[in-house]
Design a protein around this ligand. Structure first.
Ligand SMILES: *[C@@H]1O[C@H](CO)[C@@H](O)[C@H](O)[C@H]1NC(C)=O
Ligand SMILES: *[C@@H]1O[C@H](CO)[C@@H](O)[C@H](O)[C@H]1NC(C)=O
Ligand SMILES: *[C@@H]1O[C@H](CO)[C@@H](O)[C@H](O)[C@H]1NC(C)=O
Ligand SMILES: *[C@@H]1O[C@H](CO)[C@@H](O)[C@H](O)[C@H]1NC(C)=O
Ligand SMILES: *[C@@H]1O[C@H](CO)[C@@H](O)[C@H](O)[C@H]1NC(C)=O
Ligand SMILES: *[C@@H]1O[C@H](CO)[C@@H](O)[C@H](O)[C@H]1NC(C)=O
Ligand SMILES: *[C@@H]1O[C@H](CO)[C@@H](O)[C@H](O)[C@H]1NC(C)=O
Ligand SMILES: *[C@@H]1O[C@H](CO)[C@@H](O)[C@H](O)[C@H]1NC(C)=O
Ligand SMILES: *[C@@H]1O[C@H](CO)[C@@H](O)[C@H](O)[C@H]1NC(C)=O
Ligand SMILES: [Cu+2]
Length: 607
């Protein structure tokens, strides 16, 4: 067994060191019709055991852009006092129907490594993208195509990988969704997989690993798609990640999660850094953010935790919320926001306090009703007026502990939509039990997801599988443009952030049991992640407008691993021609070779 030496890296020492300039590294290439930018795989494998005879019959239909003016700067008209404008489009343009033809493709290279780092001053093994937590931000304009080459250098941990572009629609590009066992095999250490997708939405999100618990070892980074906004601001501060963190790795903590229940986590990080401990024993550095009196700032807040629901607030400042996940909303102003795992809120904060040189706490507060943390009051950053951050003496806004979503009345999509009656509806009951090895597993109805890295659903589609015997929890949705309603219901007092791939869903009903039967079809909240309350229900609706195998799962890391998931096989007959089977099979072949050499165990649900 060949092991690479651990690379050592000092970061998390200052907030500045945790961030790097992405713009320098972005290769922006005008996209010509003649340029071939098809998905490719380079691998260390020489295996030829998979047959490729079918590949010639699959013509790629994805390249739809044509050469037009290259952009890269915000679209004409999008100024600090006119954020609603976006070239000839604006914030009222229905982005589910219309996409700017920018003619631009942005290309990024990302590398995953096993490293040692001390984000809160305590040194431990981590996995990171390009040597930082969070990794580099993927930046594009609304309408651009994005190509990302992901190289797996996780030789020490011998972890396969896949990168999921959370919330990205993957419109007719299901095979780029980056979910092991569903859309791809793991990418083996030593291999590179190239993803290509179009930014048909705009706003804020993140990419993260979608195998095992790897995302919460540090494999994540921001996605920032420039576009119009529902309120004005002066400065875009970018993504702000709220991560929970422990001195043991999540892989070490998993056995506790599976046998006893969710472990108590040590602390949390703001954008990859924080202080740990008290007084003179404290280590690490606070996240800091400089503001100038009178200016307004956009923050793109992402909950990247494994098992923490946050309230986020800035002392003495209100937040104007302008989007929920990738959906622009009518702005509302609040003292704090509730943010579940996988969710994003874009907020504007105005530096409107009188005193010059003042510093204010920015707080990420784990909600005890559903999150266990040993430092609940010490996950803080500092927003400072003027050059130097000093220790703030400010107090938190009053709040009530709880793990619910923002009320639906706050989350009104700016581009309104009404939902039709259900063409297909079903319900599924969420329960927990122990499997034959006495480990916790989550069940939707009576099924806990168990799928296999080496046999993703898309490979089964290619192989003309009809029973999908290797893919549990699969629901077929054969017909185009039908309205699907799914009621998710639980009588267990545990909340779950429910995330759907390939769609924004409509939140038709949500609350604590019993359900009164009400269904809100008149421009309800629309997003890709919503909270299922403990002892509660969540009724989601979406249209079958995107062929593919799409995962729906709880975004608590432990629960995903413990099988809280199902998959929709949407418009199965139309999937085949959309898939780059050469890339899929090459990547699987190199994984199979790696697996045969090192005998890698899959110990979880497979996603
Ligand atoms: C957080 O880190 C990312 C990646 O380095 C950076 O783009 C972003 O600006 C940082 N956020 C803030 C609010 O400083
Ligand atoms: C999604 O892809 C389909 C098929 O290529 C296309 O007809 C549709 O316009 C696309 N939707 C968006 C929002 O780009
Ligand atoms: C990531 O690191 C690779 C080298 O490993 C480098 O080529 C690439 O430019 C970096 N990407 C970004 C976005 O910083
Ligand atoms: C990744 O490596 C860790 C540490 O060796 C291990 O515990 C975990 O099971 C591996 N995860 C995957 C997805 O292979
Ligand atoms: C910090 O102090 C509080 C109160 O004395 C204590 O409960 C907590 O455990 C301390 N935290 C750490 C990380 O030492
Ligand atoms: C913050 O608000 C409180 C309550 O209004 C006020 O007493 C305090 O002086 C403010 N702090 C600062 C630093 O402005
Ligand atoms: C779950 O079970 C209920 C009650 O038996 C049934 O009506 C429903 O169709 C099942 N749903 C799924 C997704 O299997
Ligand atoms: C799947 O079915 C199609 C159409 O019948 C056929 O052309 C193709 O060879 C089959 N693929 C495999 C892998 O059997
Ligand atoms: C959810 O399940 C509980 C207990 O099984 C039941 O009482 C309740 O009616 C169900 N609610 C819905 C909306 O199906
Ligand atoms: Cu869950």
């Amino acid at each position: 067994m060949k092991l690479q030496p651990l690379l050592f890296l000092a970061f998390g020492l200052t907030a500045a060191a945790a961030t790097i300039s992405v713009e320098q590294n972005v290769a922006e290439v005008a996209h010509h019709r003649t340029t071939t930018t098809t998905t490719t795989t380079t691998s260390t494998s020489t295996s030829t055991k998979t047959t490729k005879t079918k590949s010639t019959t699959h013509s790629k239909t994805k390249t739809t852009t044509k050469v037009s003016k290259p952009t890269g700067t915000p679209c004409a008209g999008n100024k600090a006092n006119k954020r609603s404008k976006w070239c000839e489009y604006d914030i009222s343009t229905d982005y589910t129907e219309v996409v700017p033809d920018t003619g631009v493709t942005r290309e990024y290279w990302l590398t995953l490594d096993d490293l040692t780092a001390a984000p809160d001053g305590f040194s431990r093994p981590v996995m990171a993208v390009n040597g930082s937590i969070p990794g580099p931000t993927i930046i594009a304009d609304w309408g651009d195509w994005v190509i990302v080459h992901v190289t797996n250098n996780l030789h020490t941990s011998m972890n396969g990988t896949s990168i999921h572009w959370h919330g990205i629609r993957q419109n007719y590009t299901n095979d780029q969704d980056g979910v092991v066992s569903i859309t791809q095999c793991p990418t083996a250490p030593g291999s590179t997989l190239t993803y290509k997708w179009r930014a048909v939405q705009y706003g804020s999100s993140w990419y993260h690993s979608h195998i095992g618990l790897q995302a919460w070892e540090g494999v994540f980074g921001g996605i920032l798609i420039n576009g119009p906004a529902t309120a004005n601001y002066d400065v875009d501060k970018g993504n702000l990640f709220l991560t929970d963190w422990s001195h043991q790795t999540v892989d070490e903590l998993y056995s506790h999660a599976q046998t006893v229940g969710p472990p108590i986590l040590d602390t949390g990080l703001l954008n990859g850094t924080n202080v740990y401990g008290n007084g003179s024993a404290a280590t690490g550095e606070r996240f800091t953010m400089k503001v100038d009196k009178g200016s307004s700032y956009r923050l793109r807040i992402v909950n990247s935790a494994v098992d923490t629901h946050w309230k986020f607030m800035i002392d003495n400042h209100t937040l104007t919320v302008i989007s929920a996940d990738f959906v622009p909303i009518k702005p509302f102003t609040t003292n704090y926001i509730d943010i579940g795992m996988g969710q994003r809120y874009d907020v504007i904060v105005t530096a409107n306090q009188r005193r010059v040189g003042e510093s204010f706490w920015m707080r990420a507060i784990p909600q005890e009703a559903c999150s266990e943390n040993a430092s609940p009051d010490n996950i803080r950053g500092i927003m400072h007026y003027g050059k130097k951050a000093k220790e703030p003496t400010t107090s938190a806004w009053a709040f009530e502990d709880g793990c619910l979503d923002e009320p639906a009345s706050n989350l009104v999509p700016y581009v309104p939509k009404t939902v039709s009656a259900a063409d297909w509806s079903d319900m599924t009951d969420v329960t927990i039990g122990r499997n034959s090895a006495n480990l916790f597993r989550w069940y939707l109805n009576s099924t806990t997801m168990q799928v296999f890295w080496e046999d993703p659903t898309l490979l089964q589609v290619f192989n003309n599988q009809t029973d999908y015997s290797e893919s549990s929890g699969l629901i077929k949705l054969p017909n185009a443009h039908e309205w699907v309603y799914l009621m998710i219901n639980t009588s267990i007092p545990v909340t779950h952030p429910i995330h759907l791939h390939g769609h924004d869903f409509f939140v038709l009903a949500q609350g604590s049991n019993p359900w009164d039967g009400g269904v809100n079809t008149n421009n309800p909240p629309r997003r890709d992640t919503a909270m299922l309350a403990g002892n509660g229900y969540l009724l989601i609706g979406f249209e079958t407008d995107n062929p593919g195998a799409w995962l729906m799962h709880c975004h608590i890391g432990w629960h995903t691993d413990e099988g809280f998931a199902l998959q929709f096989l949407e418009r199965e007959r139309e999937i085949d021609p959309l898939i780059d089977f050469d890339a899929l099979q090459d990547n699987c072949a190199s994984w199979n070779t790696y697996d045969a050499t090192y005998n890698i165990d899959q110990e979880d649900s497979g996603i």
